[in-house]
Design a protein around this ligand. Structure first.
Ligand code: NAP
Ligand code: HSE
Length: 431
């Protein structure tokens, strides 16, 4: 095979950008042997040149001027690793218009503007690949688009945020409360200085929008995903869940149902025997059900410098192969359907409800009549403990009920004089 060099530009030299630079350097010789072509980073766009130069010891290829990259006809691939919406969106659109191929890990952008960017790529016969945008180093976008293309995918659920999985794992294994586990995650560098996007479920919500779009061949955007984070989960909820043979995980759920697509992110009780329950620490996993393959699970590192770079470099290899074969743009947007979206109120789940109620005769009867009024069928009811001030802690597990009915029941219980507090209302995963 003839040895060639393909030039690429990196936009951003932070955690992932530095990882991609390192992995490409490590692969220099092997890449030529593997695919007969070397990819060289000839320009890197950053805001702070000095900081970047210290990282790679080569100031010559660093620039703060996007136009320099856009107009450089020798650059065939733009690797966007800056994050955020702007200027990333404009730069990707301009790169595609200039006939360059793009790799990005930017889930924030793809979860909102994925359709626009993929349309632009198709218009210009270019590749726009984004394996790293969901679950970092775990291959999931390419498997859904290619390896599992012969399936009707009906459900995708995953642990797609490492920070929250680490926090919940510490709360489970060491009995920590949320704040203590978050402080540990921050100390160990898992949680960012501002952890909001992780702990409030927004990061997972973006990934679920992308997974649903790719898995169900119908565009789902970030605003379509119902999101609840893990900030209200307590060590007591986890202890009670364990007593019932369950773990609590922040799950991203996407189901293609006859009534429409449902997408949500929320903490859920999941049986400890389910493969996702054993995904601990900062690991991610995505569990897919297809009509032909049945169940398949993808597991690994969902973030970090080298794991995320691994996915980005895999995309670069694919583009190089497409360039060599003259078939760029081969697998672009796969959203050929326009499926309806189901409202969260219409989804059905079992619920775990923890209530603190007056410890007196007749209270349980009052509660069950509230459930009955709202079509909430109770599967289990247990008095867990007698607390101070004649107060009892009750745990209720419902059958599968409509979210809207459950919300009304909880609202009415909240107004009852016998109910002192409703510390937890958590969905329970049931197949
Ligand atoms: P990061 O560490 O914050 O790095 C961002 C880089 O982009 C920095 O070098 C920054 O330069 C540069 N940058 C930002 N805005 C810029 C602008 N307007 N012009 C030029 N340069 C700009 O971010 P990261 O963690 O590497 O994440 C990069 C992307 O990968 C994001 O989309 C993220 O969601 C995604 N991702 C990250 C991970 C992960 O594990 N970190 C995993 C999966 C996906 P300065 O330092 O000079 O400001
Ligand atoms: N903040 C994310 C996580 C990694 O904790 O998994 C980037 O997607």
């Amino acid at each position: 095979m003839e040895n060639q060099v393909i030039y690429a530009a990196l936009l951003g030299l932070g955690t992932v950008g530095t990882g991609v630079y390192k992995v490409l350097k490590n692969q220099e010789e092997e890449m030529t042997a593997k695919i007969g072509t070397q990819v060289k980073i000839s320009k890197i766009l950053v805001r702070n040149k000095e900081k970047a130069a210290k990282k790679i010891g080569n100031a010559l290829i660093i620039t703060t001027d996007w136009e320099e990259i856009k107009k450089d006809e020798s650059i065939s691939i733009v690797i966007e690793l800056m994050g955020g919406i702007e200027p990333a969106r404009s730069y990707i659109l301009e790169a595609l218009e200039a006939g360059k191929h793009v790799v990005t890990a930017n889930k924030d952008l793809l979860a909102v503007y994925g359709g626009e960017l993929l349309d632009k790529a198709r218009e210009h016969g270019a590749d726009l690949l984004f394996e790293a945008a969901v679950a970092g180093g775990i291959p999931i976008i390419r498997p859904l688009k290619q390896c599992l293309a012969g399936n009707h995918i009906s459900s995708i659920m995953g642990i797609v945020n490492g920070t929250t999985n680490f926090i919940l794992a510490k709360m489970t294994q060491e009995g920590m409360e949320f704040e203590e586990a978050l402080a540990l995650a921050t100390h160990l560098g898992y949680a960012e200085a501002d952890p909001t996007a992780d702990i409030e479920g927004l990061d997972a919500g973006r990934k679920v929008a992308i997974l649903a779009s790719v898995g169900f061949n119908s565009r789902v955007v970030f605003d379509d995903v119902y999101i609840e984070g893990i900030t209200r989960i307590t060590a007591t909820d986890i202890r009670y869940a364990r007593e019932m043979g369950c773990d609590i995980k922040l799950l991203g759920i996407a189901n293609d149902t006859p009534e429409g697509i449902e997408t949500y992110v929320c903490p859920m009780l999941i049986p400890s025997s389910h493969p996702l329950a054993s995904v601990n620490d900062s690991y991610n996993a995505v569990f897919v059900h297809g009509d032909a393959v049945e169940d398949a699970m993808f597991f690994g590192r969902g973030a970090g410098e080298l794991p995320t770079a691994s996915a980005v470099v895999g995309d670069i290899f694919d583009i190089v192969r497409n360039i060599q074969a003259g078939c760029c743009g081969r697998i672009g947007c796969t959203c050929y359907k326009e499926l309806p979206l189901k409202k969260m109120e219409d989804t059905k789940n079992c619920f775990f409800l923890r209530l603190q109620v007056e410890d007196r005769c007749g209270v349980l009867a009052e509660m069950t009549s509230v459930f009955a009024r709202h079509q909430v069928s109770v599967a289990q009811i247990v008095q867990k403990a007698t607390l101070k001030h004649d107060c009892a802690e009750i745990v209720v597990i419902t059958s599968k009920v409509k979210e809207g009915d459950m919300r009304q029941a909880v609202e009415e219980l909240g107004t009852s004089s016998s109910v002192k507090k409703i510390p937890a209302c958590i969905r329970v995963y049931e197949k």
